[in-house]
Write a protein that binds this ligand. Structure first.
Ligand SMILES: [Zn+2]
Length: 399
């Protein structure tokens, strides 16, 4: 590790971001309460929505997989998003559409899904938020003494597990990223997401989410985990990129795109013998920008991303320039408790919000002005004609 005195301005800035924007803002004991509450309630939810169908998988098997950034150890700031996969047996069509089942049982779920600790802290089910492809997004409310309520979101995706004894032979055809294939073979299985959901024509899709969790937790170095969390903040902010991508689908960079770039970087990185994060952050940001511009994003499966070019790429390019100049600057950086850079998603959202001003204020002003001018010209035309007609009549009478 470099002595502190040799730290570049970029490294100092990244350390500041890590401390203020990526590390958890609450105590471990509170994180444990939230985790155990959500897991208990999700197990109850699974039991309620499968109790009548008889499609419940034998308890010896793992029927609820814990996936996503919380379980990968890469969640930034606060544990308010949890992802689960409900694994169903292959031929159980009735149980696969989880969204319909949750909506059907909504009243029961609101009554039964409550978790508390000495009445000082509670987590309870609030509502079904929306369906995103085969995923169901649910909202839970976390209450604790004297503090305002906090929303916790849970994503549930139904899937079927493919256990393949011959995965070593077939992995080449299902995973595009060569270096990652060995990890999938070690897991011994993969998932088919969205099976038996006819309303989604592009499903089922192959998912290696179980392998991804294991990779991020056990294979990726702790420096690269920090780099990944920094990238998620520098690009996405705290949910800003997600909000932006809902407004302009396909534009910008999803956290999944960043994750794939990170996995690829793990196998290619040459900056492994130091604790310097800045070099990895810059290499990855440049690569992500390049992939997006060339429409050649690395993917684990054969599916393709919707690729829309937009202002996000310009913003990312400027961010890279700023980080690069921090890395090369010899002036001592004074942060004074302020973050010098805004995440790409946040900046893009600000630019997007300016558009309605043009649409809803400037455009109507132009239209009203044009209408007023048209009315004035018509009035002038009528007036001139009346004046001429009047003049003509008077000249006839005068002699
Ligand atoms: Zn690296």
């Amino acid at each position: 590790m470099r002595p502190l005195i040799e730290q570049t301005n970029l490294e100092k800035h990244l350390d500041y971001i890590k401390e203020t924007e990526t590390d958890y803002s609450i105590k471990q004991e509170e994180v444990r309460f939230i985790q155990s509450g959500i897991e208990t309630l999700v197990q109850k939810l699974y039991d309620i929505i499968t109790e009548e169908s008889g499609n419940r998988i034998d308890c010896k098997n793992n029927n609820i997989l814990k996936v996503g950034s919380f379980y990968e150890g890469t969640k930034n700031k606060f544990p308010n998003e949890f992802d689960f996969i409900f694994v169903f047996q292959k031929n159980t069509p009735n149980c696969v559409d989880v969204s319909d089942k949750i909506k059907e049982k909504h009243t029961v779920l609101r009554k039964d899904l409550k978790y508390s600790e000495n009445a000082s802290r509670t987590i309870c089910f609030s509502k079904f938020v929306k369906r995103q492809g085969p995923a169901s997004k649910l909202m839970f409310i976390y209450q604790q003494d004297k503090c305002k309520d906090t929303c916790l979101y849970v994503d549930i995706v139904p899937a079927v597990k493919e256990i393949d004894a011959e995965l070593g032979d077939s992995v080449e055809t299902i995973c595009k990223l060569k270096s990652f294939r060995e990890e999938i073979v070690k897991t011994g299985s993969y998932l088919l997401v969205g099976i038996n959901t006819p309303r989604w024509h592009s499903y089922p899709v192959t998912s290696f989410t179980e392998t991804e969790v294991h990779f991020m937790k056990h294979t990726l170095s702790s420096k690269h985990v920090t780099v990944y969390k920094l990238l998620k903040f520098l690009i996405g902010g705290h949910g800003h990129a997600e909000i932006m991508r809902e407004k302009i689908p396909g534009e910008g960079f999803s956290s999944y795109m960043i994750k794939i770039a990170m996995i690829e970087h793990h196998y290619e990185c040459e900056n492994t013998d130091s604790e310097d994060k800045g070099t990895c952050v810059l290499t990855l940001l440049e690569k992500i920008l390049c992939y997006k511009r060339e429409k050649n994003y690395p993917l684990l499966t054969s599916d393709t991303y919707k690729n829309i070019h937009g202002k996000s790429e310009e913003i990312l390019e400027k961010l890279i320039e700023s980080l690069r100049s921090m890395q090369n600057s010899t002036n001592r950086l004074k942060l004074n408790g302020k973050l010098k850079l805004k995440p790409v998603g946040k900046q893009r959202l600000v630019k997007y919000k300016r558009i309605p001003l043009v649409q809803y204020i400037v455009q109507p002003i132009i239209m009203i002005s044009a209408l007023v001018m048209y009315v004035c010209i018509m009035c002038l035309y009528v007036y001139i004609n009346l004046y001429n007609w009047n003049k003509k009549n008077h000249s006839k009478v005068d002699p």
